[in-house]
Design a binder for this molecule. Sequence first.
Ligand SMILES: [Zn+2]
Length: 286
Amino acid sequence: MEFQDSDFTPVDACPWCGARSAEYMYTSRHASRVARCVACGVWYSARQLNAAGLRKFWSDYLNEDHRADGDALRKRNAMYAIDYAYAVQFLPEKAAVLDVGCADGLFLDFFHKAGHSCCGVEFGHAAALEAAKKYRVWEGVFPDLQIDAFFDMLLFRGVLQYFQEPQKYLRKAVELLKPGGYIYITAQPNMDSFCHTLYKEKYNQALSATDFVGYTKKPLASFFSGHGLRLAGEAYFYEETPYADVPRDIARVSAALEEKARSGVVAGSSPPFWGNMMTLMFQKNV
Ligand SMILES: [Zn+2]
């Protein structure tokens, strides 16, 4: 995907808490300076896609990125199965589920097959049309949508990094949740992970102008606690994922540590590893 300078906008306040107390940590893809907010600990790119850039990004998303080749698709499906298996233990039978950023609905398919009632929200037009062949889908920017239903679980799978005003999304999610219902955040890069700390811009989930915001558990748990939800579960999938090759990954991290000790810099990019990807389950108080 080709971006021009006119597709970007500078960001000078934390997209999570609005503070202007950034520590600049490194420069990443799209010449993005990556900051860590001193006030809340959330990471963000100081260069983000503007409205024109976002349209370009999401119109290409289904073709270029999401519909990858056979092997990537097989691995993605295996990850969906892992993420689904974790979620389903919290769900009552015939639950109402809303996937925010549902793409073409493939993750929802797992919930549908188990008898749950599935709906989606999607910003990308082509993906929304695809998902709407199977499920009720609201197309557009989630906080602006009129959604006349309540849910037992809202899914945020690998999407929080794309939201420019994330608290608006999460407040909307809390509003749409039944008492005792869950907000499921998964496939979320963990900025507190060992690999992010070691590899910085070479972390395999590094921030950029397209993936703007990076989370750790603390600000999310603190936000939800202030909105009447408690942390009901957390997991950091790695060994059970199709991306793990434990001996190879350990060898790569070990070589990176040696190189860092020798030269101060790490070459190559981070492998999949323990702690890289975060899964959090929050439950609304009854
Ligand atoms: Zn902040």
